[in-house]
Design a protein around this ligand. Structure first.
Ligand SMILES: [Fe+2]
Length: 305
């Protein structure tokens, strides 16, 4: 008997990919393939599309641009009809449609809708995009994205947009972050309280904690220190190592993300406090490095057209 996957959002099935502009695509590609262990799914003039071992056509696309920026966050819609629904709910919630539902011409294809949220973050929804044969869990190789964390000057209003327009549900609210789910991952998006609407980090799901740890060693060998971790988070219960990747983009290897459904009790800040000196469940992690904290607020969205 097959069971239907838990659908927190009626419209959005999953986080698929993030698109970045970087000054030197070849240099970034070399890092993300040789060190970070993604594979090349497709190439176009001035861009490369990188996949993990899971079915998603790509998790990350790198595009040539004058500055490092985030072009969009792309989600998989639950159906073609969901794209039309989202085009309406986004506008009702104060967002804008940047490109109406139409065939996507970039690698991966499918039908897509591109919108801007009320603060100008560019979000894209796709359905019917190409998939790979799912190789599942391969040691030391990312499977898929599991979350992206976006900073917000007004988390309450950004959270309301994700809930009302996109159908996300709140899993936990801590003193500094709102964790939102669209499916069974504890969070696919988290919103960080900040003084800008920047990219905080992108999290890549590894098959197990050993892969997160060996990834830390591989990164250190390549000249990238572990800037936060190893540790195990409170909300989401996931093990983590954080790094500052090429061009200052903060990337996370993570594993064992908590799987939830509607029975999950939504936590509030008073439920998520650490004893003095602790920043992770194991009690072994140092706080995030000053360099990481700086990098977690230094990459901005390409302005919505
Ligand atoms: Fe994370």
């Amino acid at each position: 008997m097959t069971t239907t996957p838990y659908a927190a959002s009626p419209h959005v099935a999953a986080l698929r990919s993030v698109a970045l502009t970087v000054p030197d695509v070849a240099m970034a590609e070399d890092f993300y393939t040789r060190v970070w262990h993604l594979d090349v799914a497709a190439r176009t003039e001035g861009a490369v599309y990188l996949c993990g071992t899971g079915a998603a056509h790509h998790l990350l696309s790198l595009h040539a641009g004058p500055v490092t920026a985030i072009r969009d966050v792309t989600f998989q819609a639950r159906s073609l009809a969901a794209l039309d629904t989202l085009a309406g709910t986004v506008v009702q919630a104060g967002g804008r449609v940047l490109a109406p539902v139409a065939a996507i011409t970039e690698p991966g294809g499918g039908m897509g809708l591109t919108v801007a949220d009320p603060d100008g973050r560019v979000l894209r929804f796709v359905h019917g995009d190409a998939v790979h044969a799912d190789a599942g869990e391969v040691p030391d190789r990312p499977i898929r994205l599991t979350h992206v964390v976006l900073n917000s000057r007004d988390v309450a209003s950004t959270q309301a947009f994700f809930e009302q327009a996109l159908g996300f549900k709140l899993s936990d609210r801590t003193r500094i972050m709102a964790f939102l789910r669209c499916g069974s991952d504890h969070h696919s998006v988290a919103l960080g309280d900040a003084d800008s609407d920047s990219l905080n980090h992108i999290a890549f799901l590894m098959p197990d904690l050993d892969s997160v740890m060996r990834g830390g060693g591989r990164m250190r060998d390549a000249g990238y220190a572990i800037e936060w971790g190893p540790g195990r988070h409170g909300p989401g219960n996931n093990g983590f190592n954080y790094f500052i990747g090429p061009y200052g983009v903060v990337i996370e290897y993570t594993a064992e993300v908590q799987q939830v459904d509607d029975s999950y009790p939504t936590g509030m800040p008073e439920n998520w406090t650490w004893p003095p000196g602790r920043v992770d469940q194991w009690g072994i992690s140092q706080p995030p490095s000053p360099a990481l904290k700086q990098a977690q607020r230094a990459v901005f969205f390409t302005p919505a057209g």
